[in-house]
Design a protein around this ligand. Sequence first.
Ligand code: SF4
Length: 326
Amino acid sequence: MTATPLVEVRDLVTHFTHRVGLFGTRREVVQAVNGVSLDVAARETLGLVGESGCGKTTLGRTILRLVARTSGEVRFDGQDVFALDLAALRRMRRRMQIIFQDPDGSLNPRLSIGRAVREGIEVHRLARGAEADGRVEALLAEVGLPAGSAARYPHEFSGGQRQRACIARALAVEPEFIVCDEPVSALDVSVQAQVLNLLLDLQARRGLSYLFISHDLAVVRHVAPRVAVMYLGRIVEHGPSDGIYQRPLHPYTQALLTAVPVPDPKTKRARVVLAGDPPSPVNPPGGCPFHPRCQHPGKNESCRTVRPELRELAPGHQVACHLADR
Ligand code: SF4
């Protein structure tokens, strides 16, 4: 945990109920987030990684109160996010923004890029008239879009440029914290690094904090000095990126990392292929949630019956595995 957190999440639980069956008569509870605690400090990036469906997107949206929590607490700059009335929540929303995975889906095709960026400025009454126009032009230039972009529409831009416009729209309200939800995974590999470097530049220039969500450990390593690994709604490993990438302690993280390309061709890492899909969050396994897929040779009865809690095995490095050791 960090010394002066801007965002504090404690024992956060988000469960959804949805109807299933031919006539929607049966209800199922999806246990998307199950008791997550984490901090993000001012000017820091925390990486959040895990396979698709592990609950990381729901966690990011619950932190922003875009999704209702079931229990637990989120504090932003010391304030309880779930205790805010609507007016206070609106003020808080200006300080906490989100960038989505799919820039195509998050930009209105009928709004020019300039209008899209200007909307937040007007809603939060940050500027009007020519001053608002000037702010829009400056933001579009800051994210690397060419002069004259404000009057153009989303379909006139490439995917990377549309994501730059989404970043400008998030910045328009002068946030302090941004949830970056898979911000480069819909982009061509050739432009991913450019957008990641833009996010890093903006962080340095504006003092931003990011929760950077991705399924791609190589991408997270590039941007986040600290990383949390999520599996089936829980954090299973959490700590400094260098420690986790050099010596992952949880069998799930170890398996994920074997899929990450190693830059040195002389270094070979045996690929661990995870068996099967993650279990359903509707009916997660008892004991260690990873036990049906775990390939640890010492796996035992405790793994099937006792849920491992996060334990600190190195400074700031926590692992939820009965058998993990330094
Ligand atoms: Fe594997 Fe057991 Fe550790 Fe879970 S607790 S990750 S099943 S060794």
